[in-house]
Structures are given as C-alpha cells and as structure tokens.
Design a protein around this ligand. Sequence first.
Ligand code: PEP
Length: 305
Amino acid sequence: MSLIVNGTEIPATGTIKFNGVSLEKVIFDGVIVWSKEAIMSRKGFLCGNWKMNKTWDESIALAQEILATGVNTTNPETVLAPATCNLKAVADTVGTNLGVCSQFVSNATNGAYTGQVSAAMLANVGCKYAIINHSETTYFGLTPEAVTGNEQASFYNNFNIIAGQLGQCFQNNITPILCCGENLTIREKWAHKTWVEYQLRMSLASITADQVEKMIIAYEPIWAIGTGKTATPAEAEEMCSHVRTVISEMYGSSAGDQVRIIYGGSMNAKNASELLSQTNIDGGLIGGASLKPADFATIWNAFSK
Ligand code: PEP
C-alpha cells in the first residue's frame, strides 16, 4: 500500500520532494507517516523466538544452519532467542555474527525466585537482549478464550513487574524487547488502540526518553501469535504507527522517531516482505518461521531489500 498526498507518492525509503521542496516529515491525521531522518537512522531488527523448542545439541545445529544461510546481524540487527538453558550454547555458536536473546528476564536482582533468571545471569552468558511481556509468558496457563484483556489491568502489579524487568535490563546492558498487543475480544470491541496505549503508558512509566530510544517495542496482536492468522500489512502498520505516536506523545518526536517498533504474529517467508515494507514496521518478532532456517533467511533477505 502506498500513501499518496496531493498526487505525490510518499516512498517507503529515500527522499521525497513536494512542489520542489525536500520534506523532512509528513504528518497525516496527527501521525508521522514518513520521516526522512527516522527511516535513514532506524536500523532494522529481527528476532527469532524459538520458544520451548530444541535441546542443547539441536539448538547448536539450528544456529549453525541459520549461519550457513548467510544470515548475520549486520543489517538488520538479528538475534536468536533459544530456551534459557541453551543460551550459552547458542551464544558460543554464533559468536559476534548474531545476537542472543532471552525469552524472559526477572524483575528481581537475585534471591528466592524459583524458576526465574536474572538479567545479570543472562549478561554473564553472552545474552544481550530479553523479551518482556510476551503473551505466552504473561498469560501462561490461560486459554485464549479466558484471556479477557483485563489481566494486566486488574493485576496492577504486572505493570510494576514489567517496570522492574526493564530496569534490570538497563542495569545489565541488555536491550529489552517489550511486547504489547490486544487479544481478539479487545479487537472485536474495537478497543485495540486504547488498550495498547494503556499498556505502553503503564509499562513505561519509569522509563526515560534516552532509555526508550534504546529499546525495541514489539506490537504482537495475541490473536495472531502461533495461530497462522496474520494482521494485514495495513492493520499491522496502523498499530505500529499508533505505538510510535504514543511514544512521541510521551517522550517527544525525537524518541518517537528513534524507537524501533517491530511486528510479531505469524510472520513468515510469504508475508514478510509486505509487512516489513511498511513505514512504521522496523522488523519482526518471528516464532514458528524462525525454526526453519530457509524461511528465516527469506524473511531476513526480504528485510535487506
Ligand atoms: C512470537 O513468538 O512472538 C510469534 C509471533 O510467534 P509466531 O510467529 O509463531 O506467531
């Protein structure tokens, strides 16, 4: 989909001249739909979330197969998120060619938190990224039908936990990938924009502009994760653009321009190209397709184009 303003097509990349004048930014309905510096300066980002798949040996083999396709972290910045117990194996396998990401990080520094993993522990095994508030973690044990969307609202503490997780990441030089997104019930009530704005404002309450510019925000509609249902490029772009607007309102337009916003939800080798060409989608959080080296490479190549 391209945006036409007064007969001039707004490109996804590059420069634009309008009536002979070079434009820096195009604002449509209060939303930055195009910004030269932002597009030039935001580096793409891909994360392959392996979820609870692959043993230690299989993780090493998968990382090797992905490397053999030519995928690397030069551009887009590309990271793999294996199970916690396999982080070290993957970190040693990929070296500096790819980043390594945890699927979870604790809000606590250390202590009696059975089953959790601290940011310091992650940093110590070479992990430099962590996913926060992934719906499969936050809503673990609840069926999709049972998730009403009020869990984070009613368990107010969840936002305090997210704040703690973000804080732990920043203290340990780990880049947080903060997930947000609505379930089907919320979307059907047409409340998805309000919900995502609420999630962001609550989750980021203690975060500074400098910090937000360093994070990745993943818009992940819960109804599209692992379901094979993908948001259309227009739906995904609308929400990623909305996230950028909220960040701009909270922290100013510079932070809004800088923060990287990625889409996640059944992105695959077929639909990646169109999703990744949207103005406000800076990359992808990829589950199922990241377990197939050829498909992950196709997504990575779609991005590089
Ligand atoms: C995810 O793991 O965040 C995800 C989007 O998974 P999938 O691509 O399988 O939907």
